[in-house]
Design a protein. Structure first.
Length: 344
């Protein structure tokens, strides 16, 4: 049994995220500038994202940013439409953004190839630059995360989100966001040192967890819920702050833990408003980025609102790793999981 959480691969790899993002930011600058210029010259009519697992959680964040910052309809592609049903739609004038750590899952490869055949421009954010998803792309934006051996993806998720943010800043010409992204590596290093241990005891014996957010932070809420399931072995589910008010509220009872995650934008008030509602039902409320809550308030950093979710997940990874060890598990080798999942 692991005694020290700082000896895991998950800990070491998550701690490398700041350096990985710095490498990625420098490596992709020229390719992003050229891609952004071409997208402005010939704008797509829509954007499609292609991903699974943690990468798909990054794609959720991408959807919110593309739609709010570029006003382009964005959808998540179901890979089985190509790999199982062999019925790819018309992708004319569509930008496909594929996101993958390995770039080797057969269903993603098939969907990307069919999309290109049907008219899509394929941009791939991939860690393995020799993979088919990378070599088939019209534009490759390497994640530059380096080797990631822990089954639990951490730095590859963060570099995926950072790559998306770089693309949004370049494409939209947002100088303020671009300047903020120059400082992202330093902020990630600072976020890694934030103390989220106040959430450890409420989650040590938990059997269920809600992670609630809205807007871009919802993609991070999905990632947090996935990591709890993978590394800590109990059920966690992400909900939009609007959706959770419906059926899911019915199962919240005394001691039920809820993480409320916010960013400083138009969505923050609706997330924060849930804190007293959950507290009235006896839930253990854990807030991050929404101000003080009737429960536990975790520390977060002041930053550009679009950067705040990725900074929060960096702090969360340290908590999840520690929680996994505290529950007697190995976060690097979750049962029944492999690092590369080759779905068809």
């Amino acid at each position: 049994m692991i005694q020290n959480p700082e000896t895991t691969l998950m800990f070491a790899e998550a701690a490398e995220a700041a350096e990985a993002v710095a490498r990625q930011h420098a490596r992709n600058a020229k390719a992003l500038a050229a891609l952004a210029e071409s997208l402005r010259a010939a704008p797509p009519r829509a954007v499609a994202t292609l991903a699974r697992g943690s990468s798909d959680n990054a794609a959720t964040l991408a959807r919110y940013l593309v739609e709010t910052q570029l006003r382009l309809l964005t959808t998540s592609v179901a890979p089985s439409v190509s790999s199982v049903y062999d019925s790819p739609p018309d992708y004319a004038e569509t930008l496909m953004i594929a996101i993958s750590q390995s770039g080797r899952s057969p269903d993603l490869i098939a969907a990307a190839q069919h999309a290109r055949e049907r008219g899509a421009r394929l941009v791939s954010l991939v860690n393995d630059e020799a993979s088919p998803l990378a070599t088939d792309a019209e534009v490759l934006l390497p994640l530059c995360a380096g080797p990631e051996r822990s089954v639990a993806a951490t730095k590859s998720y963060i570099t995926s989100v950072a790559g998306i943010l770089d693309l949004i800043a370049a494409w939209s010409g947002d100088a303020e966001l671009a300047a903020a992204l120059d400082g992202l590596p330093a902020l990630l290093a600072e976020a890694w040192q934030l103390d989220w241990s106040a959430a450890l005891e409420p989650l040590r014996e938990a059997r269920n967890l809600f992670v609630v957010a809205r807007g871009p932070a919802f993609g991070v809420a999905q990632e947090m819920a996935l990591k709890i399931k993978e590394t800590c072995g109990f059920h966690a589910e992400a909900f939009s702050a609007a959706e959770v008010r419906h059926g899911p509220m019915a199962i919240v009872e005394n001691g039920f833990p809820v993480i409320l995650l916010g960013q400083d934008d138009e969505s923050n008030e609706s997330v924060a408003a849930l804190a007293p509602m959950f507290a009235e039902r006896g839930a253990t409320v854990i807030g991050a980025g929404i101000g003080d809550v009737p429960g536990i308030t975790l520390p977060t950093l002041s930053a550009h609102p679009m950067l705040q979710p990725v900074l929060a997940v960096q702090s969360f990874y340290r908590l999840a790793n520690t929680l996994s060890v505290a529950r007697g598990r190995d976060p690097d080798s979750p049962p029944h999981l492999a690092k590369v999942t080759r779905t068809l």
